[in-house]
Design a protein. Sequence first.
Length: 126
Amino acid sequence: MERIRNFFRHFMLGRYGTDKLNMAILCAGVVCSALTLFLRWPLACLILTLVSYGLMILAIFRMLSRNTYKRYQENKRYLRWLDRLKDREHKYFDCPRCRQPVRVPRGKGKIAITCPKCKEKFIKKT
């Protein structure tokens, strides 16, 4: 048993492992797979099966990847997107000049926004 554990530990050395994005991809794959149980159309079942296999293969690829920096950046973008999705009090805009994300309060109508990075002023409706 110790020999198998050491082999697996050595195999995973330098690989990315799992994170929140990986878990979301796996859950989406399982949901797609479960949906095929309730559908009666063969074409829809085939498409959902292929999508679920694709998602699970993607999750395994991400877990075994040695490019940890790229996987970390993907997870970081996913978490940022998830935070923006949960934030109902603010709206996010990108500066037209430097692409810096700017957070402004919702429901204020048209406002002049000043980018904190490059001081560019632009008008958006919140």
